[in-house]
Design a protein around this ligand. Structure first.
Ligand code: MN
Length: 254
């Protein structure tokens, strides 16, 4: 099995090495990760500047490893550069910080996995729920098991798994559970500051407002200390549009 390991936290993020360590026994690894932090860069790809890929030594059991100036979605695309065969599996993570609810739209980690899904490649994104002092071991172990399963089992078209693991030691971690995406809106409060030259600038300082964290959601699962496994399917069509937008569209569209 040929596995691409990528992330959005950057090539030197500790979670990436944890994935490499656990996935190495399963096949041939290629690591392509952003040269610097690319969290919350979404599904952007690089069209307007040269996309570079420089070999790096990870000090880990990896056949090839590269740092790129591109985005996480670029990393998935770069896996087939120079005639390389497409990977059989793309694993993105282990991200520091959960990716729950609509965070999947902003997450570079999730976008790398989604890009693979769009290309018909098995993939999953995996995150732990802490930003510092992350407990990666349990998430890594789950990633290894899941990757092993995926070796003999294709996901449905346009589908990938979004996995979130509570940052807990093994004896405190609950079982894995199948979930749906909850809703976690950000109140996008912008903290306005002034630089030494008198110009204003802004920091995002939004706190998430969880507005669907009912049982069955990814949010509820990690809150209960369980590993959340959400199958995400790319289909943004609103099938009820004809009924729900009747007044708006009447006479405007056929
Ligand atoms: Mn990240």
């Amino acid at each position: 099995m040929r596995i691409l390991v990528t992330n959005d936290d950057g090539i030197h993020a500790p979670g990436l090495l944890e994935l490499v360590r656990v996935l190495a026994p399963l096949g041939e690894l290629i690591v392509i990760a952003p040269e610097r932090q690319q969290s919350a860069t979404g599904h952007g790809i690089t069209l307007h500047k040269p996309l570079r890929m420089a070999p790096v030594k990870l000090g880990a059991p990896v056949q090839e490893a590269y740092a790129t100036n591109g985005t996480p979605a670029d990393c998935t695309i770069l896996a087939t550069a120079d005639g390389r065969p497409a990977p059989d599996l793309v694993v993105a993570g282990i991200n520091a910080g959960a990716n729950l609810g609509e965070e999947v739209l902003y997450s570079g980690t999730v976008s790398a996995a989604m890009e693979a899904a769009l290309q018909g490649i098995n993939s999953f994104a995996i995150s732990v729920t802490a930003y510092e002092d992350c407990e990666f071991a349990t998430a890594a172990e789950f990633a290894g098991t899941l990757a092993g399963r995926m070796a003999g089992c294709d996901l449905p078209a346009d589908t990938f798994l979004n996995v979130n693991v509570p940052s807990l030691p093994p004896d405190e971690l609950g079982p894995a559970t199948l979930t749906r995406l909850g809703r976690r809106r950000y109140i996008n409060s912008l903290d306005r500051r002034v630089d030494p030259r008198g110009h204003s600038y802004y920091w995002f300082s939004g706190e998430p407002l969880e507005c669907d964290c009912d049982e069955g959601t990814d949010i509820a699962a990690v809150r209960a200390g369980m590993i959340s496994v959400t199958p995400v399917y790319f289909d943004m069509n609103f099938r009820g549009a004809r009924r729900h937008l009747k007044e708006l569209l009447d006479g405007l569209v056929e």
